[in-house]
Design a binder for this molecule. Sequence first.
Ligand code: HEC
Length: 138
Amino acid sequence: MRSAFIFVLSLSACAVVREPSSAEEKYFMTEVKPVFEQHCLRCHNGSLPKPALNLSSKATAFQRTAKGESCLVPGHPDKSLLITAVQRGGTHAKMMPRTDLSLTEDQIGELREWIEDGAFWPEGDQGVLKAVKGPEGF
Ligand code: HEC
């Protein structure tokens, strides 16, 4: 009896490891990570002169820019430089020559919602981002 109970417990522990453990993690994996990987990582991967935004990991993504501004301010999309940039405000439009990498209104809305809800970014492999060729193509 007792060993059967332990067996069931360890099965559910495995399920937790494989499935996203929270709604926030699922949102990051399905709505945020693919957008950054297909539209931003080609440039924001650590190869731009420092201290340019580097979206390849949680630790680098939350660092401040040269002007001391924060690209991601959890809870405050309007204070987040990342939102200003994707809405093509400021000087980012000129720095990004490829307009076909622009985000749709829906994608911007999802990023706003993600930041509003705390900008959850998972630790470990799931939180490591690499450039991915998207449907738009790089
Ligand atoms: C073709 C290259 C390229 C792509 C693709 C790109 N950027 Fe940039 N971006 C730059 C360069 C160059 C800068 C200037 C260096 C810096 O300040 O990071 C910049 C600056 C920024 C800044 C700082 C803006 C400022 O006004 O100081 C943010 C935030 C940013 N990018 C976000 C993004 C996001 C989010 C994406 C994806 C949706 C993206 N970028 C895609 C090249 C790119």
